[in-house]
Design a protein around this ligand. Structure first.
Ligand code: HEC
Length: 140
């Protein structure tokens, strides 16, 4: 009988620990800001800041990277080697009739240019030029 009592106490102890952990973790999630990680990333390299801006401004809704994304604007994977920095800047400073003006600061424009340059260096954007391997993967 006393053995059963001991195991019940143990179960109750485990249950309390789980319940307290659950409540503490839920509380932590509730009070944490969804942008916490992003704020940290902003202190990263220029290129990383550009990536965050790319996501925040949702450039992918109109542009593609590696052939994926929206189709209102052109694929920007290799824009850095196709166009001059001044050309890219011109679009980022003022937008066009179709592309919105994001009112970016000079630093933000530099960051986006650095991000686009790093994407350019990572490979080719046009999926039609990708080589299909026998195992279903692709290579460039
Ligand atoms: C609402 C859709 C839209 C969004 C959002 C958008 N763009 Fe564009 N962008 C366009 C269109 C459309 C063009 C082509 C514009 C034209 O020819 O008038 C363009 C052109 C460009 C060009 C020049 C491309 C070339 O081949 O000359 C760059 C660079 C560019 N966008 C960067 C960006 C960046 C960076 C962002 C995010 C901060 C962004 N765009 C967000 C629609 C968009």
């Amino acid at each position: 009988m006393s053995f059963i009592m001991e195991s019940d106490k143990f179960k109750l102890g485990v249950l309390i620990i789980l319940a307290v952990s659950f409540i503490a973790y839920s509380f932590d999630l509730y009070i944490s800001q969804p942008m916490d990680g992003i704020e940290k990333a902003e202190s990263g390299s220029l290129e990383e800041q550009g990536k965050i801006l790319w996501q925040q401004k949702n450039c992918i809704s109109c542009h593609q990277l590696y052939g994926l994304g929206g189709h209102l604007g052109p694929d920007l994977t290799n824009i850095s080697s196709q166009r001059s920095p001044e050309h890219i800047e011109a679009f980022l400073i003022g937008g066009t009739n179709v592309m919105p003006n994001f009112h970016l600061s000079e630093h933000e424009i530099e960051a986006l240019k650095a991000f686009l340059k790093s994407v350019d260096e990572s490979g080719k954007g046009d999926p039609r030029t990708f080589k299909q391997n026998l195992d279903g993967t692709i290579s460039q």
